[in-house]
Design a protein around this ligand. Structure first.
Ligand SMILES: NC(=O)c1ccc[n+]([C@@H]2O[C@H](COP(=O)([O-])OP(=O)(O)OC[C@H]3O[C@@H](n4cnc5c(N)ncnc54)[C@H](OP(=O)(O)O)[C@@H]3O)[C@@H](O)[C@H]2O)c1
Length: 331
């Protein structure tokens, strides 16, 4: 058993990770102790039985004290360049001083962050983490999972299942999104449209967020952390995904291909679409092909496949004829 501090796990992906960890702990004989670092008290999470340690990322001494008994820090901080850069650098500096043994920054994406402006903070943190690892022997890893499968959940009207009931989801869409905000990323599942990166044939790893949490939970028990630990639910191209979705939804999709030059122009022409286009360019160029390190290490973990996900979330949902409507908004 180790004491693990989760930073930023009170919303989004981190919240799903935390809920999954608590569920896995309840079934395990080798439990870990989880504490939550948050900028506020989070009484609703304390009620779940997790110790909440309120922190101010600008207060180094307080952060060091909060990490005093912590073996592993998992950061799932998100939101902004500042959050992923400044706050995580402060967390890393405190972890180093507190003698934390392992640190995994908030990565959870593709094989590199260099070409994505929003992820520049991640680049800085990774560089700093490697320096700390070299200096102190701290174990570090970049958990890589490709694209969240939940990007195919937005708009589903399927009811909540046992998992959602356990997690307190209000409806099936909330359960399927698992903390991801409703978002039409590349594919608009309700409108029936696809705004492909390139010709849509690049292979991409898609992973269900609870499976990511399960792989990471297992990784806590590894003796040694590799510098990159990838994991995946399935490897599919967007063209493959469209075949699956069209079969399950019983209709054809309207499809637009976008060359790298077109996506560059869209990124430059609309700041609101910079992140969306930079990720799509990266995907067209192989960014989504993360390694299967944790699948190989934990073959008993059977992650959800893309077919299973689409069938579970869309089989029987009534959808109209595909049209490029108002809600084809991407960012
Ligand atoms: N691969 C994919 O498809 C995909 C999709 C979405 C996200 N992600 C990744 O998943 C990770 C989590 O993203 P998310 O969208 O779930 O995050 P999020 O919900 O936007 O934020 C998570 C937490 O970060 C903390 N935070 C926010 N701003 C902060 C600041 N200025 N200083 C310190 N802490 C701050 C907050 O915790 P407190 O308020 O409790 O302090 C918040 O609950 C990121 O690495 C993101 O890139 C990957």
């Amino acid at each position: 058993m180790v004491t693990v501090a989760l930073a930023g796990a009170a919303s989004g992906f981190g919240m799903t990770m935390l809920r999954t960890f608590l569920h896995l702990n309840s079934k395990s004989t080798t439990r870990h102790r989880f504490v939550l670092l948050s900028r506020s008290n989070k009484p609703e999470l304390a009620a779940l039985g997790i110790e909440v340690r309120p922190v101010d990322y600008a207060n180094h001494a307080q952060l060091v004290a909060a990490l005093g008994d912590v073996h592993t820090v998992l950061s799932v901080i998100g939101g902004s360049v500042e959050a992923m850069g400044v706050a995580q650098l402060a967390l890393l500096a405190a972890a180093k001083e507190a003698g934390v043994k392992r640190f995994a920054p908030s990565e959870y994406a593709g094989i590199s962050n260099d070409t994505i402006d929003l992820y520049h903070g991640k680049v800085e943190v990774w560089t700093a983490a490697k320096a700390v690892a070299q200096e102190t022997g701290m174990g570090i890893t970049s958990f890589q999972c490709g694209i969240f499968m939940s990007t195919f959940a937005t708009g589903t009207t399927k009811p909540v299942t046992e998992v959602g009931k356990r997690e307190g989801a209000k409806n099936g869409e909330e359960e399927a999104l698992a903390g991801l905000r409703p978002w039409n990323f590349v594919v608009n599942m309700r409108a029936g449209t696809a705004d492909l990166p390139g010709d849509g044939t690049a292979p991409i790893v898609f992973t269900e967020m609870r499976d990511i949490a399960t792989f990471v939970y297992n990784a806590l028990s590894l003796e040694q952390w590799q510098e990159v630990m990838g994991m995946g639910g399935d490897v599919k191209s967007y063209r493959d995904m469209l075949s699956i979705i069209e079969r399950v939804q019983g209709r054809g999709f309207l499809v637009k291909e976008n060359s790298v030059d077109e996506m560059k122009a869209q990124a430059a022409g609309d700041p609101g679409k910079t992140f969306y286009n930079q990720v799509r360019i990266a995907l067209a160029e192989g960014w989504g092909e993360v390694p299967d390190t944790l699948n190989r290490a934990f073959p008993d973990v059977k992650p959800v496949t893309c077919v299973e996900f689409v069938e579970k979330r869309w089989q029987g949902v009534e959808v109209g004829e595909a049209s490029w409507g108002e809600d084809q908004s991407f960012m």
